[in-house]
Design a protein. Structure first.
Length: 318
């Protein structure tokens, strides 16, 4: 127990230092601040969520003592709370069958990856919404703050922007922040699980990521969010943020669909590599992948493919 607490404190200190590195102004600090939840997630997945709670609390207190309560609140919401809760969900399980006698082998049903992804979207939406509300209490104030921030940034870089480009950046900024936060939390959780699995201390089997699927209710939530985008004011901004978060989540399930539908291809690695290259090179291609994930949710593309696929040939060596 003492060793676990010591490791948790060290992880919390590392996370706090990574978060505080943004004050240095160095370019690498941007990478460090995005990876700040990683030490806490590793501790949670290897030594349990209790370790992440201890480390996160210690890190929050450290940030508060150095930079004040507002920064400590930001650290807790952005890093400590997601690290603890997401790791808790990863390790959450129940017996596969309610009848203990019928489940003598101890098989467990683990919390679905798709629901974890939905929780990541929820955290990302809270973080983005809180950031926007710090800029102003209404849409006009938020847009004014974003417009002024973009203008100062490009002015300091010696670049001039016309009004139409500046207006587009103001609209894109909340959407981009939401998508970046979803990707950041997902990447941190995946890296933490990989580190724990590589050290053979991950406290659960590695999940089949190709089967990742969002809950059915997510489709209704996405439809409501898209409808809200056509309203006005603060509601429209938040609806755009939610739409962006759910869209990137469906894009992730879309990649899972691609990995499933290409199982029988001989040049599978090449096709998948080309798909990822297209998405990296052309941002609009991410929308196509999201639509693929949405189509799978509606029509069950993966289930139909796996059902119609012939069984594998027997191994001649057996």
């Amino acid at each position: 127990m003492i060793a676990t607490i010591a490791i948790a404190l060290v992880a919390g200190l590392a996370s706090a230092l990574m978060f505080a590195s943004i004050t240095s102004g160095a370019a690498i600090s941007l990478l460090l601040i995005y990876l700040a939840p990683l030490p806490l997630m590793v501790v949670a997945l290897v030594w349990g969520p209790f370790g992440a709670a201890i480390g996160g609390t210690f890190a929050t207190v450290a940030v508060a003592s150095l930079f004040g309560l507002p920064y400590a609140g930001v650290f807790a919401v952005v890093n400590a709370l997601p690290a603890w809760w997401l790791a808790h969900l990863v390790l959450l399980a129940r017996p596969l069958q309610k009848d203990a006698a019928a489940n003598a082998d101890g098989a467990m049903e683990w919390y679905p990856v798709g629901r974890i992804l939905l929780w990541i979207v929820i955290f990302a939406t809270i973080i983005t919404a809180a950031t926007l509300l710090m800029m102003g209490s209404d849409a006009a104030a938020i847009h004014s703050t974003l417009r002024r921030g973009w203008g100062d940034l490009f002015e300091s870089s010696g670049l001039a922007l016309n009004d139409s480009t500046l207006d587009a950046l103001v609209v894109i900024a909340p959407v981009g922040a939401e998508m970046a936060t979803v990707v950041m939390l997902t990447l941190n959780l995946w890296l933490a699980a990989k580190i724990a699995a590589t050290s053979r201390r991950l406290r659960r089997p590695w999940p089949d990521l190709r089967s990742t699927a969002l809950p059915t209710m997510t489709i209704a939530a996405l439809a409501a969010a898209i409808a809200g985008c056509f309203s006005g004011g603060l509601l429209a901004i938040f609806a755009q943020v939610v739409t962006a978060g759910l869209s990137i989540a469906y894009a992730m399930t879309g990649f899972a669909v691609l990995h499933t539908l290409t199982l029988a291809l001989k040049s599978r690695a090449l096709w998948l590599g080309c798909a990822y290259a297209v998405v990296v090179g052309f941002a609009w291609a991410l929308l196509a992948v999201a639509l693929l994930g949405l189509a799978d949710a509606v029509f069950g593309l993966r289930a139909r493919y796996l059902r119609d696929r012939p069984p594998p040939l027997p191994n001649p060596e057996n």
